[in-house]
Write a new protein. Structure first.
Length: 97
């Protein structure tokens, strides 16, 4: 009876496999960004964040909840991409008899 291989790392698309670690890192970074959006008012955001306003603006105390939700959604998509790229490859040949 022959051996049946469920996971063949050599057969996976190596170009997409190389993107797993950057995808996870991007997901973690986006979770941090989402936390910052939920915790800080608009005037306390870093100046390079979308939604940053000056302290004298009428929206200085506003929290950008939608920006935080969008960051979480993109982070989850990044984690899902990484997860699917690390899964087993389906065998294209028939199992041995």
């Amino acid at each position: 009876m022959g051996a049946f291989v469920l996971y063949d790392a050599a057969g996976m698309n190596s170009e997409l496999r190389k993107l797993v670690i950057p995808a996870v890192a991007l997901g973690v970074l986006l979770i941090v960004v989402a936390i910052i959006y939920f915790a800080e008012p608009a005037h306390s955001l870093p100046s390079f964040f979308p939604g940053h306003v000056s302290a004298t603006s009428a929206e200085a105390g506003h929290h950008h909840t939608k920006h935080g939700i969008a960051a979480i959604v993109v982070a989850l998509a990044s984690f899902a991409f990484a997860w699917f790229q690390t899964g087993p490859k389906h065998a294209s040949s028939a199992p041995p008899a």
